[in-house]
Design a protein around this ligand. Structure first.
Ligand code: DI6
Ligand code: FE
Length: 400
């Protein structure tokens, strides 16, 4: 067998579910051919007579799958740093929203931005994630809230994959907030549903998301969005039970959602429904931290019922201005008491599952894309333990 590239003397965190724990292989080798993994496993089991155009010796460095940030609102215009100052001075999220701030201030700035402006604003955020070994990112729309602006955000998100060596998965989050030109939420939902066929036709979105919450949209309105998505052949996911329990987790599960996200107020029934449907729980400790939330997501119920857990940055200008998946892992440990194994699986295998991409990425297994993060660490726990330190040695996307 002739490989394009082989990495030897590696310690592999394969996250292969057929192996125990994180699927660690000491004295491992991994080889790429045409961008995909052609061999992964103990160096001693390499096929006899292998050769490679390039051989890299890693001196015992750790290799994980490239990281997957499976929930972001990375593409937006403007900044909300001033609102953060107001909040520090005592203003509430609601005070700010009433004064025209909050989500709507980002909507205004996003609508005013060209596609080029949006790309320019998003690249530094993307580069920060890339510098920590992220090789796949999900990006949601939801700050445009009219046809033109939502399409522009989705196009900008797709363009990011041409500007950088990264895979971008997109979600249409038209049902994020009621824009100022509407008073009737049902009418807005009808108009959002009417946009979905064109978005699917142009392949601008891989999935449809919604914000099911008292301050956003009801379960009934969310269900209408899900039906429209299904009719257009798109997967669904949901911002569920973040600030109150509207049984969004159960609703998402009943619609076969890839994931339900946030979930602080989800109850045991929601966890059971998610387990049955195979809906991944995407936990977002950055938003929990930023909002000084007290209600913890029901991690034990998820574990008991076998719900898969992913973690993500939720990178957005209001409630999670976070562009570090490593810091997110640390927050997941300190705030949610997730284990190191859960967190590493949560930014690789389970994040890939939450995007419906597990066949292609998320673990080190033969046939998947050769997306790798190579780390200068002594043990995997260091990825979770350190705060504000980036031990990435090298990032590999599609074998190069
Ligand atoms: N949940 C959130 O926390 C954010 N969006 C959402 O669906 C809030 C976004 C913002 O304040 O801009
Ligand atoms: Fe979000």
């Amino acid at each position: 067998m002739r490989y394009d590239r082989i990495w030897l003397d590696a310690r592999l965190v394969t996250v292969n579910p057929a192996l125990a724990g994180l699927g660690i292989v000491e004295d491992g080798a991994i080889a790429a051919k045409d961008g995909r993994i052609a061999y992964v496993g103990p160096a001693s089991d390499l096929p006899v007579g292998w050769s490679a155009a390039e051989t890299v010796r890693l001196d015992g460095s750790w290799v994980t799958p490239g990281l997957v940030d499976c929930h972001t609102h990375l593409v937006y215009g403007g900044s909300r740093a001033h609102e953060f100052e107001l909040r520090l001075a005592g203003a509430s999220y609601e005070d700010i929203a009433r004064a025209g701030g909050g989500i709507l201030s980002t909507v205004k700035a996003t609508r005013a931005a060209s596609e080029a402006d949006l790309i320019r604003a998003s690249l530094p955020r993307l580069d920060h994630l890339i510098a920590e070994g992220v090789t796949t990112i999900e990006v949601k729309s939801g700050y445009g809230l009219n046809r033109d602006s939502e399409l522009r955000v989705l196009r900008a998100a797709r363009r990011l994959a041409k500007e950088r060596p990264i895979d971008v998965v997109t979600s249409f989050l038209g049902a994020h907030a009621l824009p100022p030109e509407y008073t009737d939420k049902d009418q807005f939902i009808a108009d959002i549903c009417a946009m979905i066929p064109a978005i699917a036709g142009e392949k601008l979105a891989d999935a449809v998301d919604a914000f099911c919450e008292g301050i956003a949209f009801s379960p009934e309105q969310t269900a209408r969005v899900f039906e429209a998505a299904k009719a257009a052949g798109l997967a669904v996911k949901l911002h569920a039970d973040q600030l109150s329990n509207l049984h969004g987790a159960r609703l998402a599960a009943e619609h076969g959602a890839l994931s339900a996200d946030h979930l602080e107020y989800t109850d045991e029934g929601g966890a059971i429904a998610m387990a049955k449907a195979g809906t991944v729980a995407v936990l977002l400790p950055g938003a929990f931290y930023m909002l000084r939330e007290k209600q913890l997501p029901p991690v034990d119920a998820f574990r008991r019922h076998g719900v898969r857990i992913a973690v993500a940055t939720d990178c957005n200008p209001g409630t999670s201005p976070l562009t570090s998946l490593l810091l997110t892992m640390n927050m997941g440990a300190t705030l949610f008491r997730l284990t190191v194994d859960e967190l590493i699986a949560g930014v690789t295998r389970e994040a890939a599952r939450a995007l419906g991409r597990l066949n292609d990425i998320g673990t080190l297994e033969t046939g998947k894309w050769c997306d790798l993060a190579i780390w200068d660490i002594e043990r995997p726990a260091e990825l979770v333990y350190r705060i504000g330190f980036n031990p990435l040695f090298q990032r590999v996307w599609r074998g190069a």
